[in-house]
Design a binder for this molecule. Sequence first.
Ligand SMILES: Cc1cc2nc3c(=O)[nH]c(=O)nc-3n(C[C@H](O)[C@H](O)[C@H](O)COP(=O)(O)O)c2cc1C
Length: 210
Amino acid sequence: MSLPSNQYTKNPPLDEVDLLPDPIAQLQAWIEAAREAGMIEPGAMTLATADAQGRPSARIVLFKGAKDGGVCFYTNYESRKGCDLAGNPQAALVFWWDKLERQVRLEGRVDRLSREDAEHYFHQRYRGSQIGAVTSRQSAVVATRAELDARYDAHEQALQGQPVPLPDFWGGYRLLPESVEFWQGRGGRLHDRLRYRRDDAGWRIERLEP
Ligand SMILES: Cc1cc2nc3c(=O)[nH]c(=O)nc-3n(C[C@H](O)[C@H](O)[C@H](O)COP(=O)(O)O)c2cc1C
């Protein structure tokens, strides 16, 4: 199989002066630009975790807003990622928007959002997604699809006419970044890379070689 070797020439140069002082505000501006460009999931981000032995794993989760300088997402606390984060709270997030030829990378410590945040977000979701969250023992092996569907149907039946209770095992996390890198494609593989790093005075921006 031969895949194209694309040139990235869409963007003007990315300079320090083009960036907002706060990297989370800058990230939100790029997510919004991806939405305006017609991307289906502009908030899709790859979350990389590692277990207590340092074995990495990665998967996509959805950006669900910023809070107190951090990036939020929701999941099952007992999933593989939840177990990884319980043993090792350091993680990384990566966004890639092909239509914009842009990538953002964040690294930092992850903590749990409050129960109130989870309640608020959980009950905004489609009822089917709420029942799905109650149903799924995310990351566990299941013998058949039919077993999963039967469990979903049983929950749906049992909860008829009632609000779906937020399960204890489900909620949000916030990654509080120590570094945030904005990458924009340029010709000749000499891409622009600007990285914010936290220091005592706030955020410092430095340019990295491509
Ligand atoms: C576009 C997209 C969005 C997703 N969003 C989430 C999400 O917000 N939360 C979540 O738990 N899983 C989400 N998933 C599923 C995860 O990628 C993954 O399969 C699941 O969380 C289990 O991962 P784990 O076994 O490593 O914990 C999403 C998958 C895709 C492709």
